[in-house]
Design a protein around this ligand. Sequence first.
Ligand code: FMN
Length: 390
Amino acid sequence: MLRFLTAGESHGKGLVTIIDNFPSGVKIDSSFINEKLRARQSGYGRGARQKIESDQVEFLSGVRGGYTTGSPISIFIKNRDFENWKERMDAFKPLSEDAKIHIPRPGHADFAGSLKYGQDDIRNILERSSARETASRVAAGALFQLLLKNFGIEFSSAVLSIGGIGDEKIPELDLFDGKILKNISRSELRMPFPEAENEIKKNIDRIKKAGDTAGGIFIVQAKKVPPGLGSFTQWDEKLDGHIAMSLMSIQAIKSVEIGMGVKSASMKGSEFQDSIYSCGNKGFCRKSDNAGGIEGGVSNGENIIVKCAMKPIPTLMKPYLDTVDLKTGKPEKAFLERSDVCAVPAASVVGEAALAFSICLFFLKKFGGDSLKEISRNFEGYIKQLPGGK
Ligand SMILES: Cc1cc2nc3c(=O)[nH]c(=O)nc-3n(C[C@H](O)[C@H](O)[C@H](O)COP(=O)(O)O)c2cc1C
């Protein structure tokens, strides 16, 4: 079964990603992967760290001559900032007492993580809980996207709103439309329509000046996903359930909606359900996609649509939040210096990678094989026998 693990600390030497059970024969395009990493690093409202890093993948195993071999793939992404942290992040040097952090930031993993792992230095928690880890996920996600491209499956993501400004209810938004794709790639906020952009940037500036942070909503879509991925036969085989886990596990994501999501609760059955039509040589088709491409935990051939809410960044640059010193029990205010003000554009790129993993996992469960050739044969055989060949 396809799986991947990530390792590495935010200010350690670098990040390691291991992808297991990835089929052989898939052409690897490093520039595609590095472009996704660049997109994750960009976006209006990000902190000074992104000026130091310039993420690039280095393959340690599993790829030869530009193609995957079927062996575990391991990828290294260097942390350039490590140069500034060598002393503090050394694996063996004893830690000085004054360098230890005892004041947890509410909303980060600091408090719960310190209690769980019995650590008296919160750095041991924040180094790993940091969203620096998402660079690994984006690299892995790019590989899953490269595999799925062979079958016409593509992914796209965009930001809908930040700090409550923007349009979260855009109906029938096609993230694969040429004009929309251009808008997203030109926008510093990765937004599909430029109208609200200036207002949002000004709001981010105001929030930054106040030492505060913002969250927002992003959307991810996958197109040409064949019908039949996932299953209703067991609770843990449902595609929508797995997608929810993949996206909810991204740092700071607090809701995951499929299709109409929350809005579906206030719609009538006659409005919400996507009627089915016979569409000649296109096979079967729908005029709406309120279900977000999944019915009964199974992909139905329509676009997969996922919308996520990201909470405001927990590290504030002014001391608004009450907390306690875990060592003395005395009341304190939480604040640290370097952090993002808003990372919703970056999170949307991570969301694309997370969706790519779920789709790739279920794609390989259905069409599984050890090589791209074997998977292609299984895929083509299945598609051919579908009514209408779709
Ligand atoms: C792309 C991205 C960048 C983030 N940048 C920061 C940051 O600079 N500072 C911060 O405190 N949290 C940041 N976060 C959020 C925290 O990592 C997250 O809130 C924390 O790990 C606790 O997890 P939880 O919010 O899911 O409970 C970022 C999240 C993402 C997805």
